[in-house]
Design a protein around this ligand. Structure first.
Ligand SMILES: [Zn+2]
Length: 304
């Protein structure tokens, strides 16, 4: 576990121990602590209750404040499994995610944790044991669009935007120029975006905000330049795919086509193709978006 200072009032906890641990979908999720004047606000509790509890206690000691909120960027298990560390505070999530949350609970209750793990290719014994023992309960504050905590000058904004999942939200702290992006922006793996239109809409909106630092859903903290590079990549991808379809290039030929943009982050030191072996998340998105544009010919043609 490592803590990093993001600004005077924002710290993050990374579950990785230096570079010793191999990256996984769970140990790459940062937990954020915002020291708001009225109390501590955490964003995403991650997967490990012992680490989240320690981080919470350390921050409460450091800032002499109680914790008031846990904000969940979306209800995927790698971001909420340690929820028991925040049992006594307001736990905030998008109302739209509650089915996904209940599905997870029902799955691990009905098919048993071992079967769930093999179905999702999870072979980490530590995670399997956490899932078996952990106390899970639904968030008590479900939001339809937006929640603003604090008054002008020190607001923390929780806003639902969709994209990566229908319930994906981001947290923006204007006074610190910090954005917690959730899984709509990832640093160590390829992006896992929603539809092309939604993706461009989200990145365009974020590009309009005053931002110095972005805490991604997985990986290390990035700056606005990183966001703009991701935005440019997807804009280039959209126009390349539309042209490939227009020119009737078959799907099997698109990956080797010279007009397809290169994903810049592949050359960065922290890069891994995907959190699962033998999977390529970039190819997955390209295939999905190609199919999407083919099936949505009306959208495609009306925009030409
Ligand atoms: Zn995630």
């Amino acid at each position: 576990m490592e803590y990093s200072k993001i600004s005077d009032s924002i710290y993050i906890m990374h579950p990785t121990q230096g570079n010793k641990l191999q990256k996984s979908v769970t140990n790459t999720v940062p937990t954020t602590c915002i020291a708001h004047p009225d109390g501590l606000i955490f964003v995403d509790c991650g997967t490990y209750p012992n680490l989240s509890s320690k981080f919470r206690l350390d921050m409460e000691t450091k800032f002499y404040r109680k914790t008031t909120h846990l904000l969940l960027t979306h209800l995927h298990w790698d971001h909420f499994l340690a929820i028991e560390s925040f049992k006594d505070v307001d736990i905030v999530a998008a109302e739209l995610g509650i089915n996904e949350f209940n599905n997870f609970i029902n799955t691990i209750n009905q098919v048993e944790v071992d079967k769930w793990a093999s179905r999702f290719l999870i072979d980490d014994e530590e995670i399997i044991n956490i899932v078996k023992k952990v106390d899970l309960f639904p968030p008590n504050t479900l939001i339809k669009e937006e929640l603003i905590i604090g008054s002008p000058g020190n607001e923390v904004i929780f806003r639902i935007i969709g994209g990566h999942s229908i319930d994906s939200a981001y947290v923006y702290i204007p006074s610190q120029k910090v954005l917690c992006a959730g899984d709509n922006l990832i640093e160590c793996y390829a992006q896992l975006p929603g539809t092309p239109e939604k993706t461009i809409e989200i990145y365009t909106h974020w590009a309009s905000l005053a931002i110095d630092k972005i805490i991604p859903g997985h990986g290390n903290v990035v700056d606005k330049k990183y966001l703009l590079k991701v935005k440019t990549y997807f804009e280039d991808l959209v126009s390349a795919l539309k042209n490939l379809i227009k020119n009737k290039i078959p799907r099997k030929e698109i990956f080797s086509h010279h007009t397809l943009p290169n994903y810049f982050a592949k050359s960065l030191p922290n890069w891994i193709e995907s959190s699962k072996p033998d999977m390529n998340w970039i190819e997955m998105t390209i295939k999905g978006w190609y199919r999407y544009f083919k099936l949505n010919k009306s959208i495609f043609t009306s925009r030409r």
